[in-house]
Design a protein around this ligand. Sequence first.
Ligand code: HEC
Ligand code: HEC
Length: 201
Amino acid sequence: MAVAFAAHAQGDVQAGQKKAEMCIGCHGIPGYQNSFPEIHKVPKISGQSGPYIVSSLVAYKKGERKHPSMRGISASLSDQDMADLAAFYASHASKPAPEATKAPSAAVAALLDKGACLSCHGANLSKPIDPSYPKIGGQHADYLYVALKAYTVEGNQVVGRANGIMAGIAKQYTPAEMRALAKYIASVQGELSVVPQSRFR
Ligand code: HEC
Ligand code: HEC
């Protein structure tokens, strides 16, 4: 099965499955923890949008995203590898997230409004307006918090994400507010999952 990404190489699901051998040790184990820069679960990437997977891998490769292990891994990936891996992980899409966004508490609703989160990430934070934007609904709360915080970090060699869109948004929040946002976003029914390693063996 071939999956086309505008302006990128064509991704091949089968080729991606082979290449994912080097990913499943972290992304294929439910609840797998990463300890840097603080303990958090490795992000769910099964069911993520293909163009966003490519875009985030490119950001690690270019050093715009500083996470050391993902920088090391993406450095070895060609455009074709990224397209194949993205096609493979995107092909794990589960059933669509509900059209109606889960009601947040009044406090969280105010935080969501302030950053207009749904205007880009869509209903249930799972229907991004552009396929190169991430689905975040149902993602691990501790990862969402670490990711939000990373957009506010500047001038650090090993922590941080340079992103023109999310930097301005994330900087409006205190750590406690980021935690409240992350907890709510993780609690909605989304389209992301961890597909256990054993499925491929
Ligand atoms: C050593 C463990 C490890 C391995 C192996 C690994 N990853 Fe990751 N991956 C992580 C961690 C931890 C993060 C979160 C990094 C951060 O905070 O930016 C991540 C982030 C990602 C992201 C960004 C997710 C998002 O929501 O933004 C993608 C895409 C990804 N990895 C794909 C892959 C692929 C494809 C492979 C195999 C070629 C792979 N990873 C191998 C640990 C790993
Ligand atoms: C103008 C569009 C836009 C708005 C508004 C927006 N985002 Fe984002 N968001 C993005 C894009 C684009 C990315 C991918 C950035 C990158 O490549 O690192 C992203 C990435 C993220 C990530 C990292 C996801 C991952 O898997 O690593 C989180 C968490 C996030 N946004 C949360 C939010 C929250 C919470 C709000 C509201 C407070 C918000 N976003 C508002 C466009 C937006």
